[in-house]
Design a protein around this ligand. Structure first.
Ligand SMILES: *[C@@H]1O[C@H](CO)[C@@H](O)[C@H](O)[C@H]1NC(C)=O
Ligand SMILES: *[C@@H]1O[C@H](CO)[C@@H](O)[C@H](O)[C@H]1NC(C)=O
Ligand SMILES: *[C@@H]1O[C@H](CO)[C@@H](O)[C@H](O)[C@H]1NC(C)=O
Length: 154
């Protein structure tokens, strides 16, 4: 009797551990794609002087762009737009593992740079998605592209 109880208890424990491990691996926010560990991340995008992300609007030069995650106001990384409005946010290995495109976004305060339009929320935001992974001998680089900056998705 005691023996079978111990047996059932240990089976239950093993089941619980298996369930816990399955939950942990699916809820992990870390970005390790197809088993590749990522050594760096890069997010590319273009900031335009328009609240609805019109691709025909002029680019914004010299404006800071901030990466934020999980509804937090903390800036994880940033970049400044070039004269053609493009920018590249560089992420270290540690930062790349922390970010998840579904819970992170890019933010630019406007007016800013050489764009003087009024934005009701004071900022435009853009989401981004994984474009590809570049494998080099030294490291794997996750390359993301940002969608248009609009007012306001969060
Ligand atoms: C910019 O945004 C405004 C307001 O949404 C829109 O009316 C306008 O056509 C857009 N495009 C350009 C090129 O300014
Ligand atoms: C976010 O941080 C900026 C700069 O530190 C601050 O001015 C702003 O009020 C903060 N916004 C929120 C919603 O906490
Ligand atoms: C900002 O400056 C760039 C480069 O000089 C120019 O191409 C762009 O049209 C300017 N944007 C605005 C909104 O004036």
């Amino acid at each position: 009797m005691v023996k079978s109880n111990v047996y059932i208890t240990s089976i239950l424990l093993i089941l619980l551990m298996a369930i816990a491990m399955a939950l942990l691996s699916t809820s992990s926010h870390g970005l390790s794609i197809a088993g590749l560990s990522l050594g760096q991340g890069q997010i590319y995008g273009v900031l335009r002087c328009n609240i609805s992300g019109d691709p025909n609007a002029p680019p914004v030069s010299g404006a800071p762009v901030y990466l934020k995650c999980d509804g937090s106001n903390t800036t994880i990384a940033d970049a400044v737009t070039k004269p053609d409005g493009t920018f590249r946010v560089l992420l270290s290995a540690g930062q790349t593992v922390l970010i998840s495109p579904s819970s992170c976004y890019l933010l630019a305060n406007l007016p800013g740079g050489n764009c003087s339009i009024y934005v009701p929320d004071g900022a435009l935001t853009a989401t981004f998605t994984l474009l590809r992974i570049i494998q080099t001998n030294a490291k794997n680089i996750a390359v993301f592209t940002a969608g248009p900056f609009v007012d306001k998705i969060f």
